[in-house]
Design a protein around this ligand. Structure first.
Ligand code: C2E
Ligand code: MG
Ligand code: MG
Ligand code: MG
Length: 279
């Protein structure tokens, strides 16, 4: 089935071979080309407030629409983008596009929706991060009060002094800070208190079995209580079942995100999305 492409350097991209067949080097140049050729796009997954029963915003999740392979998910290219430094231009594009989308939603009459953007470690550590973000906000006309940056515990715990400085400068811009995949890393509780963060996102591995495993339920309940007592917004990710939502609600979890309500979708579908499922 492998086609003869002769000198064509794209010969590795036979669809049925998938990404695994692509060497690291090819993948790196494909990523680079992908950036030049605008092959990346954002999908949006609704964040639902349990008390108000409304969509309060969306998490932006990057996809790579490769011309031969099709839609590639971030787990398959973010690590290499991070290693090679390509995450810097890619991350900048993601943030700018999320900002433009927030403005479009406002223009479409959807009101101010919060948009959450994932950051990688290298991106978080780059020089003058706040200045770069401020420039993107200025150019796009986005409302910083409706932008959340999602960071992971391992990222913020790496060098706590520089983390604190960076977080303070980001907060000055009016952004919200969320700790993503919470529970999978090693957060020191004293830093949780010291860092100016706004939100905890409980990792889906703790949410998966809360309706069947009392230990997982106990952990989720404790994390939610702790987050709330620190004055944080608490979000459960990876919610797939009504039973999970009912439990999370009893635990006073503020918001949920997951396939139960919606998978990540393109911007147009998101604009048309209506909350139909009950909670
Ligand atoms: P994350 O930030 O924890 O995002 C949540 C992931 O869980 C997403 O996968 C989402 O599609 C998936 N998910 C949401 N609801 C459910 C559910 O109910 N069940 C299950 N099984 N999964 C659910 P996705 O889009 O493949 O993203 C994976 C990871 O890639 C993200 O994890 C994030 O760490 C990273 N990522 C995505 N977009 C970006 C980006 O723009 N920049 C950076 N640096 N990383 C990104
Ligand atoms: Mg995230
Ligand atoms: Mg997460
Ligand atoms: Mg996760």
């Amino acid at each position: 089935r492998v086609k003869e492409h002769g000198r064509n350097s794209m010969r590795q991209f036979v669809p049925e071979m998938g990404l695994n067949a692509i060497s690291r080097l090819n993948m790196e140049s494909a990523l680079r080309r992908g950036l030049e050729r605008s092959e990346f796009l954002l999908h949006y997954q609704p964040k639902i407030d349990l008390d108000q029963h409304t969509v309060v915003g969306a998490e932006a999740l990057v996809r790579w629409n490769h011309p031969q392979i099709g839609m590639v998910h971030p787990v398959e290219f973010i690590p290499l983008a991070e290693e090679t430094g390509l995450i810097l231009p890619l991350g900048e594009w993601v943030l700018a596009e999320a900002c433009r989308q927030q403005v479009r939603w406002r223009e479409q009459g959807l009101g101010d929706l919060k948009v959450a953007v994932n950051m990688s470690s290298r991106q978080f550590r780059q020089d003058d991060l706040a200045g770069r973000i401020a420039a993107i906000i200025a150019v796009t006309g986005a409302n910083p009060a409706y932008i959340t940056l999602e960071l992971t515990e391992s990222m913020v715990m790496q060098d706590v002094d520089s983390t604190l400085t960076t977080l303070r400068s980001l907060k000055k811009l009016g952004l919200s800070i969320s700790l993503d995949d919470f529970g999978t890393g090693y957060s020191s509780l004293s830093y949780l208190r010291r860092f100016p963060i706004d939100e905890l996102k409980i990792d889906k591995s703790f949410v998966n079995d809360i309706h069947t495993d009392p230990d997982d339920a106990a952990i989720a309940s404790a994390v939610i209580a702790m987050g709330l007592s620190l004055g944080l917004n608490v979000v459960a990710e990876g919610v797939e079942r009504l039973e999970q939502i009912q439990l999370l609600r009893e635990m006073r979890c503020s918001q949920v995100q997951g396939y139960y309500f919606a998978r990540p979708m393109d911007a147009q579908s998101f604009a048309q999305f209506q909350l139909k499922k009950k909670v």
